[in-house]
Design a protein around this ligand. Structure first.
Ligand code: SF4
Length: 357
């Protein structure tokens, strides 16, 4: 087995042979040691003050035949969710324009399907090619894909495909019964074969053991190459789903998982994903220090009230974080006072404030 050393050349740190015991040991390091290791590695691969921003749009909502116990979109549970058929291309374009103006570099489109049908494919292909032509990176999550569907999407210009492993192979059967872990891995293989990048992660706080978190991270790191994007979600408990009453996750366990994901997959973007609205600013700051360097900016950018975007903007300002793909931020000591007409990244903050926030 390759010896893992945090200060080796970056290429040496990309391992695919982690064991569950090793990962459990990392998860149990004293917090300060764990954060130091993760943050040290983070800055070998990335600007530690840059966070990639994606915007997520639901292009088809609810009535999903799968029975994922955490999901309000499953037709198996009564959650009162407003269902919506596949939306029109014009709405997708409008949302993508708003996302771009807000500083997003990637536009993710999600449909609550088991897998896309032949009738759906031309419509989603059109969405991909039009959003791509606007200059945004594109990502989709549409359920399981065949090899030919993955190839079609790749040819249309889809950059990323999201398909989460959700949890460990051992715990998976407790969460979903309508498809298998092997199905998930098969879709990821089709995505990889097509040349698209993989976005794959999981959800914490579903009643899993620490060993399940370790085992899920082992499975993700086995993928060769590592998924380019690794979303780490904290369960959002939705009334009507079987997970409604589950015990709260210790927020420090979320931070630990982010830090360990950063150590195991140092060249991947680790996304602080679902559940962020339930995290306070201090927890999010800690997650960024632990190695999270990607967020979703919410999907309601065109609504008149967008406190989520506003809060994010203020948090970025307070932390000296800038959106990835923009110029680097100067040290805080060099920042102009509040009343200066042009503060660092004012264009980003101004653009987002025009969206009704
Ligand atoms: S496949 Fe996706 S949309 Fe469908 S129930 Fe599972 S998580 Fe929800």
């Amino acid at each position: 087995m390759t010896q893992h050393t945090l200060h080796s050349a970056p290429v040496d740190a990309l391992r695919h042979d982690w064991t569950v015991d090793e990962v459990v040991a990392l998860l149990n390091l004293p917090m300060n040691d764990l954060l130091f290791k993760a943050a040290s590695l983070h800055r070998q691969y990335f600007d530690p003050n840059a966070v990639q921003i994606s915007t997520l749009l639901s292009i088809k909502t609810g009535s999903c035949p799968e029975d994922c116990k955490y999901c309000p979109q499953s037709a198996h549970y009564q959650t009162g969710l407003q269902k919506e058929k596949l939306i029109a291309i014009e709405k997708v374009i409008a949302q993508a324009e708003a996302a771009m103006a807000s500083g997003a570099t990637r536009f993710c489109m999600g449909a609550a399907w088991r897998s896309p049908t032949d009738r759906d494919m031309p419509l989603v292909v059109d969405m991909v090619s039009k959003v791509k032509a606007m200059g945004l990176e594109t990502c989709m999550t549409l359920g399981m894909l065949s090899d030919s569907q993955a190839e079609t999407l790749a040819e249309a210009g889809l950059d990323y495909y999201n398909h989460n492993l959700d949890t460990s192979p051992e715990f998976y059967g407790e969460i979903i019964s309508t498809r298998t872990y092997a199905d998930r891995l098969e879709t990821l293989q089709s995505v990889r074969n097509s040349g698209m990048k993989i976005c794959s992660g999981g959800i914490l706080g579903m009643g899993e053991q620490e060993s399940d978190r370790a085992s899920m991270l082992v499975e993700l790191a086995k993928l060769t190459p590592h998924p380019e994007s690794v979303p780490v979600n904290m369960l959002v408990k939705v009334a009507g789903t079987p997970m409604e009453q589950i015990e709260d996750l210790d927020p420090f366990d979320m931070i630990r998982a982010i830090a360990v994901a950063r150590i195991m997959m140092p060249s991947s973007h680790v996304r602080l994903s679902a559940g962020r609205e339930n995290m306070n600013d201090e927890m999010q700051a800690m997650a960024f220090f632990a190695g999270a360097n990607s967020i979703f900016y919410g999907e309601k950018l065109l609504t008149t009230n967008n406190p989520e975007a506003n809060t994010d903007r203020q948090l970025f300002q307070r932390l000296g974080i800038h959106p990835e793909g923009r110029d680097t931020v100067p040290p805080v000591s060099a920042w102009a006072p509040d009343n200066c007409p042009k503060r660092p990244h004012q264009d980003f903050y101004d653009a987002t404030s025009k969206l009704g926030a």
